[in-house]
Design a protein around this ligand. Structure first.
Ligand code: NAI
Ligand code: A1CAB
Length: 269
């Protein structure tokens, strides 16, 4: 049976999902999107050949609604959608923080809701998408959600109680790596390298390290030990990282992201 999927609020994440579903073989006619700005709607129509409609229309026409609005816009979006969402629709939220309970409370009794935290590498089919069932979502609803997210990367099912931590790790995670690359390119400039060379060196080191982390099956400590020669260069750098408390800073940074996810949830209670 063809399932029609509507992305409500097709911004960065919503567009990544639309393009992923098309790459995975969905027809443009199987997809719908909504957007607040007419120029955004026009761009989506031109780029993907999909219909862009209003929220009420999307709720009526689609079997699955993916809510891709900002957490701060979620309550208003649900108020617009709720009168038009039949209880047999599957509602998938991609918003940080917002709980399935907060969404269920604003929809018809019994509406299945699934919460997903994905990330921007969805654009290159390398997303990490963590999926949790709300109180009315069945295994079949989880499977339908996995089918949407699987083509754009890896998927994992987690208890919803872990979603704020997941958001801090994999949702925001790519940003931490970009930040580290930025800083190391600056270091390259300080060491006298042209910016383009520094960028190329660090990006390829990051790609190589990522592939080894994913595919070698080795613990990161073992991988780092293999780079760290006695009385060599790497240990001189590691000593500085330890002196500046980089490990503690990372732990506290992720705690702050987790706490912010909880605050976003409180804003929609
Ligand atoms: N950007 C990221 O790396 C990630 C974002 N998320 C979550 O994805 C969601 C979207 O984030 P982004 O795509 O970055 O934001 P964005 O701002 O690019 O996209 C949100 C879109 O929703 C539209 N919108 C807002 N209210 C609407 C309404 N009532 N009806 C129709 N459209 C409406 C906005 O005009 C905007 O185009 C957020 O909830 C965020 O927490 C999750 C994982 C990663
Ligand atoms: O920064 C944010 O709130 C969103 C959620 C995870 C990544 N970006």
């Amino acid at each position: 049976m063809t399932q029609r999927v509507a992305v409500i609020g097709a911004g960065k994440i919503g567009e990544a999902l639309l393009s992923g579903m098309l790459r995975a073989g969905k027809e443009p006619a199987d997809l719908l999107a909504t957007a607040r700005r007419p120029e955004r709607a026009r761009a989506l129509r031109e780029r993907y050949g999909i219909e862009v409609v209003d929220n009420a229309e999307a709720a009526k026409l689609a079997d699955t609604l993916i809510l891709a609005v900002k957490p701060q816009d979620m309550v208003a979006a649900l108020e617009e959608l709720a009168p038009h969402v039949a209880a047999d629709r599957l509602v998938v939220s991609g918003a940080a923080g917002i709980t399935t309970a907060a969404i269920e409370r604003r929809l018809a009794e019994g509406t299945p809701v699934v919460r997903v935290m994905t990330n921007t590498p969805a654009l290159v089919d390398e997303a990490m998408s963590a999926i949790s069932a709300g109180s009315h979502a069945t295994a079949e609803h989880l499977e339908r959600t996995q089918e949407i997210f699987r083509p754009i990367g890896r998927t994992i099912v987690v208890p919803e109680s872990q979603q704020d931590a997941v958001t801090a790790l994999s949702g925001s995670g790519p940003a931490y790596f970009y930040y580290l690359v930025e800083a190391m390119v600056d270091a390259g400039i300080l060491l006298g390298l042209p910016r383009a060379t520094a960028h190329e060196l660090i990006v390829q080191a990051a790609v190589g390290a990522s592939v080894m982390l994913r595919d070698s099956g080795e613990h990161p400590v073992r991988l780092r030990e293999a780079v760290t020669s006695p009385a060599g260069t790497t240990i001189s750098a590691i000593v500085e990282l330890e002196k500046h408390g980089v490990r503690a800073a990372l732990i506290e940074a992720l705690q702050a992201a987790r706490d912010r996810s909880r605050e976003l949830a409180a804003g929609a209670e």
